[in-house]
Design a protein around this ligand. Structure first.
Ligand code: ACO
Length: 378
């Protein structure tokens, strides 16, 4: 048998078959359960995308209403989770850590619920956790969820207690739909590894949140926006970005492991951001961000010729979520609120065709060391 090859970062290794999404990095296309992203994301409700990912088809009106009600009925948080969030807020934990802790704590009330019930509960409760935590961190009491609002509208409502406009809901819904699933990314792989051991969904989602938290995965939009603010005016863009590259820093919101052309999600989110900022937002900030994107792309082409570093999803995520009034710290947790749809769907898929995920490692250490008793070591 030939020796297996080591693939750092598992790049190019196919570790799962999926019907959920297809990422074509060369063509810059993202297919969600058979539909082009740009065909679905700007039109669908988030609940429709959840149904699509879970059932592999679009729902009828009655099915959609049934799912909407099932999720709405599971939004409220049990007392142990709220107690934990209060303790996390008192300690000033980052929102992503609070989300991870709170999701894990839902196991207390879930008991031996089946996979479907766990998925409904986790998807439904995530926005309530993020909004409740955010208010606790401001010294404000959490707001009870409103069952009559959609998933996206209720999330915005729970953050500030104001019924959101149709434009804001549409913008958030487009964002949630756009990042709901994306092939075998690091957090989805993590979830599939955990569920492949026949573990539970709470464990899989807790692990996935841990993977999403890192700045090389879902933690980039905050820093991407900070760069825009740091630059401040168009004429400073080139000097600031050049200095970052010269110091060996990565430009946040650019580059991708799979895409070699512009991330199609960036296009969908750019269009959504443009609509949002045109109706309610700082148009100057939007224009500055567009300028920074162009300068960054030119500098990256110069910095890494042939690498084709392009705008990724995080750059316009930052702009869109900022335009929605979300604090930077909420960007990654909001990503998780959306990706829960994909994570849970991947767990269903892995569970249905399971084989424990157990790759191999290449041993590169010594072979012939001899044990020395403690007292004989220098
Ligand atoms: N800025 C500057 N240089 C970069 C950037 C960047 N944004 N991205 C890649 N490079 C450089 C790398 O340093 C590497 O240089 P080296 O060969 O001298 O070490 C070279 O380009 C090739 O890198 P890749 O192999 O394409 O990058 P990799 O696949 O390892 O990483 C990643 C992809 C992590 C997204 C990277 O592009 C990055 O760090 N980008 C900035 C952070 C970011 O925006 N993350 C969000 C990603 S989207 C998502 O996960 C949802």
């Amino acid at each position: 048998m030939s020796t297996p090859t080591f693939h750092p970062g598992l790049e190019g290794i196919i570790a799962a078959e999926t019907r959920l999404s297809h990422v074509d990095g060369e063509a810059g296309r993202l297919i969600i359960a058979g539909y082009a992203l740009e065909d679905v994301a700007p039109h669908a409700s988030f609940e429709e995308v959840v149904f699509l990912l879970w059932q592999d088809r679009l729902p009828t009106a009655a099915e959609l209403e049934q799912l909407r009600q099932a999720l709405a009925a599971r939004r409220a948080l049990p007392e142990p989770t709220l107690t934990l969030l209060r303790a996390a807020a008192a300690a000033g934990l980052p929102a992503m850590d609070a989300l991870r802790l709170a999701i894990d704590s839902l196991a207390i009330s879930l008991g031996a619920a089946d996979l479907q019930e766990q998925a409904l509960r986790l998807v439904a409760a995530a926005p309530t956790i993020v909004a409740a935590y955010w208010r606790l961190r401001q010294g404000l009491p959490p707001l009870a969820p409103t069952a009559t609002l959609s998933h996206a509208a209720n999330y915005l409502f729970m953050l500030d207690g104001v019924a959101p406009s149709a434009e804001r809901v549409r913008a958030l819904e487009t964002y949630l739909n756009t990042v709901a699933d994306h092939g075998l990314n690091a957090s989805t792989f993590t979830a599939r590894v955990i569920i492949s051991t026949a573990s539970d969904l709470v464990s899989a989602i807790t692990g996935a949140i841990g993977a999403l938290k890192g700045p090389l995965h879902g933690g980039a939009p905050g820093p991407a926006l900070e760069t825009v603010f740091e630059i401040g005016t168009p004429e400073r863009a080139e000097a600031v970005l050049r200095a970052k590259l010269a110091a060996g820093e990565r430009l946040m919101g650019f580059g991708h492991r799979v895409y070699r052309v512009r991330d199609p999600r960036a296009d969908v989110l750019q269009a959504a951001a443009e609509r949002l900022y045109a109706t309610a937002g700082d148009q100057q900030l939007y224009a500055l961000a567009r300028h920074i994107e162009n300068v960054a792309l030119a500098l990256l082409a110069e910095h890494k010729p042939g690498r084709r570093l392009q705008t990724n999803v995080e750059f316009y995520t930052a702009l869109l979520l900022h335009g929605l009034g979300l604090d930077q710290e909420l960007f990654s947790p909001t990503f998780a609120v959306s990706r829960l749809a994909g994570w849970t769907a991947h767990c269903f898929e892995q569970h249905a065709h399971n084989r424990i995920i157990r790759p191999a490692s290449a041993y590169v250490g010594p072979q012939d060391r001899r044990w020395t008793p403690l007292e004989a070591r220098g």
